[in-house]
Ligand binder design. Structure first.
Ligand SMILES: Nc1ncnc2c1ncn2[C@@H]1O[C@H](COP(=O)(O)OP(=O)(O)OP(=O)(O)O)[C@@H](O)[C@H]1O
Ligand SMILES: [Mg+2]
Length: 302
């Protein structure tokens, strides 16, 4: 079993994280650590707790137990160290693209500062809009943009605050297949140029394996020594792989090694009939670690 990592050595570090809603355990002893520059993808069956994990990392939702650190410092409340892009509704419909991008500044500065620094803020907003190829559309309202353009504006809105980590919850989930593929390529390019750290949630396995440098599989389909009552168990990271770099090569999706990888992830996380034991999860990534309790490993029964 991998030993715990030091929070100080990682950009994002989570240890012993638990979260329930009512009497239903959702996240069950989650451990993970991420270094700067990784494009991490998180997959798992619908309802397993991916968005909940993201909201906790964002500081928007409180965990029941456990620690979250960013750059070695506690991250229990939202701040500019984390940016977020949702599947939709990241943009305010009554604000132009430029004003949507400026939103973070406007919320952080008082009226006087905004007035004095408006030109400077606007220049930065236009810089980020050009990074997402929207500078020509700065004066438009969200409903005047295509779905892909709206998501690019949402990315600019998040990036302008220079977050240490960009959280994305199914950001391309509402796009048609062609736009989705274009946006995947676009995100890879932007990630390379900006040297970002990204935590990208999707329930599309192919998207996750294609985009990521690392993939986390979150699932309740596993076994341990706590007995057969599945209701008592929440989701865990059941696999954590390094992924080969495939940037820009979308035909990789048809290659046998890629298809095999998808199949192994599907078995590990998505098949309710395949219940891997918690001691045998495929946690191959060098940064992976696992802090199983005695009741999970069965030591307390010996
Ligand atoms: N605020 C809440 N109050 C009560 N239950 C909640 C709340 N938010 C989420 N849940 C429940 O927690 C579980 C995990 O939800 P979550 O939205 O995190 O899953 P998900 O993996 O993101 O699913 P999807 O792939 O469908 O987006 C679900 O059973 C959901 O019904
Ligand atoms: Mg979700």
């Amino acid at each position: 079993m991998q030993t715990p990592k030091r929070a100080n050595d990682y950009l994002l570090h989570i240890e012993d994280l638990y979260k329930s809603y009512g009497n239903k355990l959702i996240l069950d002893n989650i451990d993970l650590s991420v270094t700067s520059g990784e494009l991490c993808t998180v997959v798992g069956p619908s309802g397993c707790g991916k968005s909940t994990l993201l909201r906790i990392i964002l500081g928007q939702e409180a965990q029941d137990r456990g620690h979250i650190h960013i750059d070695g410092k506690p991250a229990d409340f939202p701040d500019t160290r984390r940016g977020i892009v949702y599947q939709r509704y990241s943009l305010f419909p009554n604000l132009t693209v430029l004003d949507n991008t400026l939103l973070g500044f406007n919320l952080r500065h008082n009226w006087w500062q905004r007035r004095r620094q408006r030109k400077q803020f606007e220049q930065q907003a236009l810089h980020y809009l050009s990074r997402v190829r929207l500078e020509e559309h700065a004066g438009k309202y969200p409903h005047e943009l295509s779905g892909g353009m709206q998501q690019r504006a949402a990315i600019a809105q998040a990036l302008i605050m220079r977050p240490r980590i960009l959280l994305m919850d199914e950001p391309f989930g509402a796009l048609d297949p062609q736009t989705r593929e274009d946006m995947q390529l676009f995100l890879l390019e932007l990630w390379e140029q900006e040297k970002m750290t990204i935590f990208f949630v999707t329930h599309d396995l192919e998207e996750a394996a294609y985009l990521g440098t690392r993939i986390f599989v979150l699932s309740r389909f596993y076994s341990d020594e706590r007995g057969h009552d599945e209701q008592q168990r929440g989701a865990k990271i059941v696999a954590d792989h390094h992924l080969p770099q495939v940037a820009s090569a979308s035909d990789i999706k048809k290659q046998p090694a890629f298809i095999e990888l998808l199949e192994s992830i599907r078995r590990a996380g998505f098949d309710p009939d395949v219940l891997q034991h918690a001691r045998e999860f495929n946690l191959q990534h060098p940064d992976a670690f696992q802090t199983l309790t005695d009741s999970e490993t069965g030591i307390d029964k010996i």
